[in-house]
Design a protein around this ligand. Structure first.
Ligand SMILES: [Zn+2]
Length: 146
């Protein structure tokens, strides 16, 4: 899959909620998103970065690259008051690294691909990646946050 890069306006368009059960198209695209994330050495990828304007993202922050997680219709339920600044890159803004200040942890609700509701509090790198991908689904890029 080809990654949509800035300044493509597709990255600025709204994304829509996914309906369950997933369509076969949804399932194929989710598998391709994971593959595309690994091929590009990414640790997260949102569906609108590969031309699919749905509220889906995948992440894998493990070094083994065997820990892909799929998030469908994610909603941020809780954000830490304490913030941290770190450098972030983005597959849609190659060659750019941006210092981004983000809450230290995030409580996220989402659905798995079987339509079951999940909830988890993410800390450290996963907290940052989850917030970065949520920004993509809301049409925001790290270059807006610097
Ligand atoms: Zn990104």
């Amino acid at each position: 899959m080809k990654i949509v890069e800035q300044p493509d306006i597709f990255l600025r368009e709204p994304t829509s909620e996914v309906k369950f059960p997933l369509s076969s198209e949804d399932n194929v695209i989710i598998d391709q998103m994971i593959d595309t994330m690994y091929r590009n050495n990414g640790i997260g990828l949102a569906a609108n970065q590969v031309g699919y304007a749905r509220r889906i993202f995948v992440i894998d922050t493990t070094s083994s690259k065997a820990g892909a997680m799929i998030f469908i219709n994610p909603v941020i339920e809780k954000l830490a008051k304490e913030k941290l600044t770190e450098e972030e890159g983005c597959l849609s803004c190659p060659t750019r690294l941006v210092e981004v200040r983000r809450p230290q942890y995030v409580g996220l609700k989402w659905f798995c691909r079987h339509g079951e509701e999940q909830y988890k509090t993410f800390y450290h790198l996963p907290a940052r990646v989850v917030q970065h991908e949520m920004d993509h689904l809301d049409a925001k890029l790290i270059t807006d946050l610097s």
